[in-house]
Design a protein around this ligand. Structure first.
Ligand code: F6P
Length: 387
């Protein structure tokens, strides 16, 4: 067992509801174990600039459990190793400066809370000798090696509420409403939010969609008297033979920024169906606000487990949720990989089965089940179901 007297904690990448709950759990459990916690602001910047590091006491984390965002601040810098960093204290090689400051601050370990980008940077530092533990964070639920991340439940709840609200206005105007949700290249938010919100069509990045099939579904609904349709589209979804919608190309180590999928899809559906169509982008609202009870609990568990791993000297690991347990998984097995929605995921299957077997214009249940299951592997190129 290593002797841990001082521990640094940082949050990196896009924020996610529950970050503060992790920080709170880290601070409280560490202090109870006799460890001093240093809060590092704005991700690894806290190890670059001396004025961005401060002691965190239990008083500092009082009342933050229910707050979104992060009291430590966060940045999304792309690849920080790419160029030397210029600071008021001089120009440094990024990795050297972090190592130097880690030692100067007399830290014994770090807890890095972040998504794939932050965990990848953390893994590089671990390999250069910094003892650290990772905590997975993302609303996208796409971090490899863990079944869930805090923030996802809150994002899905928000999306569900938004879709609920859109039903009434869509129905009043007999419109098609296309709702864009986040998730990058994974369709978790779209699938879970879409199912929970009772969407009629759900388009996810894992399955490039076919406009003909979407239109057929919408027309079936019209034919049986439905006054409106709700299409949920993940920001990373793309049509067959088409590209993802991008608002900013990748540059200088920064990943491309996705956006525009709902507008593109909505405009096309308006043309193809002749129906009035509107699109809504839920955007960063999905990341804002208070975490749900589930996310507060998961985040608290992650924070406590991270401190336990640090105290046991289990470095180079990420806390992962493998229900009913939290387990350490090597960071090397996690970084650079994306957890996509598996095509045999039961919720995806159910969504498809519901689509083919519901409504008075749909084929009979047994036949449609057979058809749907066959088409999954052969031809089905969009997730379509009718309510
Ligand atoms: O990874 C979380 C996420 O919210 C994605 O769903 C989204 O594509 C991206 O971050 C948005 O990033 P930014 O906050 O930099 O606009």
């Amino acid at each position: 067992m290593p002797t841990i007297r001082k521990l640094g904690v940082l949050t990196g990448g896009g924020d996610a509801p529950g970050l503060n709950a992790v920080i709170r759990a880290v601070v409280k459990t560490a202090i109870n174990a006799g460890v001093t916690v240093i809060g590092l602001e704005d991700s690894f910047d806290g190890l670059i600039y001396p004025d961005k590091a401060r002691v965190l006491t239990t008083k500092d984390v009082a009342g933050i459990l229910r707050q979104g965002g992060t009291i430590l601040g966060t940045v999304n810098r792309g690849n920080p190793f790419a160029e030397p960093i210029v600071t008021p204290y001089g120009t440094f090689n990024y990795a050297d400066r972090v190592m130097e400051m880690f030692q100067q601050m007399e830290l014994d370990a770090l807890i890095c809370i972040g998504g794939d980008g932050t965990l990848s940077i953390a893994y590089e530092f671990y390999k250069t000798g910094i003892p650290l533990v990772g905590v997975p964070k993302t609303i996208d639920n796409d971090i490899y090696g863990t079944t869930s991340c805090f923030g996802f439940d809150t994002a899905v709840s928000f999306a569900t509420d938004a879709i609920d609200r859109l039903h009434t206005t869509a129905e009043a105007h007999r419109r098609i409403m296309v709702v864009e949700v986040m998730g990058r290249y994974a369709g978790w938010i779209a699938l879970h939010g879409g199912v929970a919100g009772g969407a009629d069509v759900i388009l996810i990045p894992e399955i490039p969609y076919d406009f003909d099939k979407v239109v057929q579904c919408l027309q079936r609904r019209d034919a049986r008297g439905a006054r409106f349709s709700i299409v949920v589209i993940a920001e990373g979804a793309r049509p067959k033979d088409g590209a993802v919608s991008v608002v900013e190309k990748a540059h200088g180590g920064h990943a491309e920024r996705l956006g525009g999928a709902a507008k593109f899809c909505g405009d096309e559906l308006a043309t193809l169906t002749g129906k009035e169509t509107r699109h809504v982008v839920l955007g960063h609202l999905q990341r804002g606000g208070a975490p749900t009870a589930f996310d507060r609990t998961l985040a608290t568990r992650f924070g406590g487990k991270a401190v336990e791993l640090v105290l046991r000297g289990q470095f180079g690991k990420m806390v992962a949720n493998h229900p009913p347990e939290l387990v350490p998984v090597p960071l090397g097995e996690v970084v650079g990989r994306t957890k996509l929605v598996p095509l045999d995921y039961d919720l995806l299957q159910t969504a498809r089965m519901m689509g083919i077997s519901c409504g008075d214009k749909c084929p009979s249940r047994s036949w449609s089940f057979f058809f749907c299951r066959s088409s999954i592997s052969l031809t089905c190129s969009s997730v379509i179901f009718c309510t």
